[in-house]
Design a protein around this ligand. Sequence first.
Ligand code: ACO
Length: 343
Amino acid sequence: MPNAIISGTGFFVPPNVVTNHELAERYGIDTTHEWILQRTGIEARRFVDEGVGPSDLALHAAEQALASAGIRARDLGMIVFATLSSEHCFPGAGVHLQKKLGLCDGPDAPFVPALDVRNQCSGFLYGLATASSMVQSGNVEHVLLVGAEVHSHALDLSTRGRTVATLFGDGAGAVVVSASSEDRGVRGWWLGADGRHADVLSQKLWDIRKAPFIPQNAEGVGQLQPEMMFAQMDGKLVFRHAVERMIGSLFTAYSKKGLTHDDIDLFFFHQANLRINQYVADQLGIPHDKLVSNIQRYGNTTAATIPIMLAEASASGRLKRGMKIAMVAFGSGFTWGSAVVDW
Ligand code: ACO
C-alpha cells in the first residue's frame, strides 16, 4: 500500500483587508476592536469583491499547490473540494474548479472527477481522510484537496448579526495528496460527528420538508426571513463542545499512535477562536509556541483554515520536512476530526 504524502501546498486570500475597526465604522456594526480581539483573537479578515466565488479563490491556491508538488492539473486523479459556501445550491464548487483548471479543455480533456465535501470547519480533515484513503487504495496517484470559503457575502453585516458576522473571513487553501513509497505522510485520521446538535450552528436557507421549501408571497416570490438567510449560532454551547471534542480527538490520535504531545513538532488547530485553542493547549500541556495560528489576520475561514496554515507555515520554513504534525478541527454538525502527518 503506498503512503499518502502531502506533496504540495498553496493558499490565496483576497487582498481586501477588513479590520475590526472597519466593521464598526464602515458597516455600522455596534461592536469594538477590543470586544472582538478579547473574545476571539481576531484583528482582521479578508473579504472578496463582488463576483468572486470560492472556486475562484481555490483556483489560485490550487495552482500554487500543483506547482509546489511539481505536477500538472492533468496529473490529478481526483479533486476534493471542501466548502460550506459553494457558488450555488448545486452543483457544488468542485466542478467549477475542475473547469477553471482546464480539465475539460482540448481533445484529450481528462475530465478529472470532482467530489464535494460539506463538513464545515471539519471539512479539510474529512477531505484529508477521503483523499489519503483514495491514494492508499492505489486507485489514484494524486488528489487535489481544497478548502475555500466566501463567507462575507452571506454574513449579516449589521448589529443584528454581530455575534456571527465578526468571526468569519474569506480564503482558500489547497494541498496535493500523492502516493509515495517514502516512509512519511498521513499516519492516521480520526473523525466524529454528533447530529444531536445539528441545529446549534446552522444556516437554513430553506426547509425542503415544506412545500414550498422557501416561503412565497402572493406573487410567488420567495421570502426569506433574516434568521433563515444567515447562519445562527449558540456560541457558548459551540465553545463548550469545541473544547471537549478537540481535546478528545487529540487524545484519540495520541492513544492510537502511541504519541504524547512531546512527539508533535507543530499543531494546526482549526481557527474559530484563539481562546478555544489556548484553552485546549493549556489543558493538554501543549506549549503555545507549538501552535500555528492565523485567526488574527484571517478570522475563521472554515474549511480553508488548516490548508492555509499548512501553506503559510511551509512557505515561511516553520513547517519542515521530517516534522510530525497534528491537526484538529471542530465545527457545525457537530463534526470534528484530527490527523497526524509526518511531513
Ligand atoms: N461585538 C460586541 N458585542 C457582541 C458581539 C460583537 N461582535 N457579539 C455578541 N455581542 C454581545 C451579545 O449581544 C451579548 O450581549 P448581551 O449580554 O447584552 O446579550 C454579549 O456580547 C455576550 O454575547 P455572547 O454570545 O454570550 O458572547 P461570548 O462570550 O459567548 O462570545 C463568541 C461569543 C466569541 C462567538 C463565542 O461564543 C465563541 O467563540 N463561540 C465558539 C464559536 C465557534 O467555535 N464556532 C464554530 C466554528 S464555525 C463553523 O463550523 C462554521
